[in-house]
Design a protein around this ligand. Structure first.
Ligand SMILES: C[S@@+](CC[C@H](N)C(=O)[O-])C[C@H]1O[C@@H](n2cnc3c(N)ncnc32)[C@H](O)[C@@H]1O
Length: 242
């Protein structure tokens, strides 16, 4: 595969995370691609990895997988017994990290077909099934498949807020996990702030407050760098469903 030439823009103003973009250089021409145009990014093999993992040092798939595996082992359970629903799975980077830590059963859900195609192309052995659609309104065969699995863990990485996965979709995935199951996710720190947060601030606080989420570990860390090189703080959380 020829090396991708990706440039980060020199921007004077501070771009909000959902305005950020990169420049892909092809045949001497620059193509501007917004970070949130996931379909376009996934359709170019290696671009997601080059951009987020290499250039912007995104650590989240590894961070969530490590924290989850550590917590599972700390309780004396085995990661090999997890059956993971990876919500907003993208091209499979989280699934790959989970497999590397011994998870054997994974099913993916993402809202765009390009994500499923990229996962099949780049990481064909990570997920047993990949369902495309809105978790709140999946086709009957996808609902039947999820119901037939003994899912006992839900992961959701770099996909909450910003017009991506809304609180109601997070809750729909949570509902597929039985009591005692594992919930592991990350979210931008300000989205958990009750003064500045979006719907997640209230939801997560409420779920912790009323016991629906029993937090095992919570960590603030750098999710990735912004295009201007600033650290973007996120909160990683591993919890158990009450
Ligand atoms: C930044 S990517 C993260 C992908 C992967 N979890 C990772 O960490 O590499 C966000 C993903 O969330 C997906 N997404 C956005 N809205 C969604 C929704 N409502 N339901 C499911 N997936 C969604 C996008 O299509 C995209 O693949």
């Amino acid at each position: 595969m020829p090396e991708l030439l990706v440039r980060l823009p020199h921007v004077d103003e501070v771009l909000s995370q959902d305005q950020e973009y990169c420049l892909l250089v092809e045949d001497g021409k620059k193509r501007r691609i917004r970070f949130h145009d996931y379909g376009e990014i996934y359709s170019i093999p290696g671009l997601y990895e080059k951009l987020f993992a290499d250039l912007l040092k995104c650590s989240s798939p590894e961070m969530i997988a490590t924290l989850l595996a550590d917590e599972v082992e700390r309780t004396g359970e085995s990661v090999a017994d997890l059956h993971v629903l990876d919500l907003g799975a993208g091209n499979g980077m989280v699934g790959e990290q989970l497999r590397a830590r011994g998870v054997r059963r994974l099913v993916a859900v993402d809202i765009i077909e390009e994500a499923a195609e990229a996962a099949r192309r780049d990481r064909p052995d990570v997920y047993q099934r990949y369902h495309v659609g809105d978790i709140r309104d999946l086709p009957a065969d996808a609902r039947d498949d999820l119901a037939a699995r003994d899912i006992n863990c839900m992961t959701c990485v770099a996909a909450l807020g910003f017009g991506d996965i809304p609180p109601t979709a997070f809750l729909a995935a949570y509902d597929l996990v039985p009591s005692g199951g594992w919930i592991a996710f990350n979210i931008k720190d300000t989205f958990l702030d009750k003064r500045t947060g979006n719907g997640f601030a209230a939801l997560i606080r409420e779920m912790i407050g009323d016991g629906r989420l029993r937090v095992c570990t919570q960590r603030t860390y750098t999710h990735r760098l912004s295009v201007s090189g600033d650290k973007l703080p996120y909160v990683a959380m591993v919890a158990r469903k009450a």
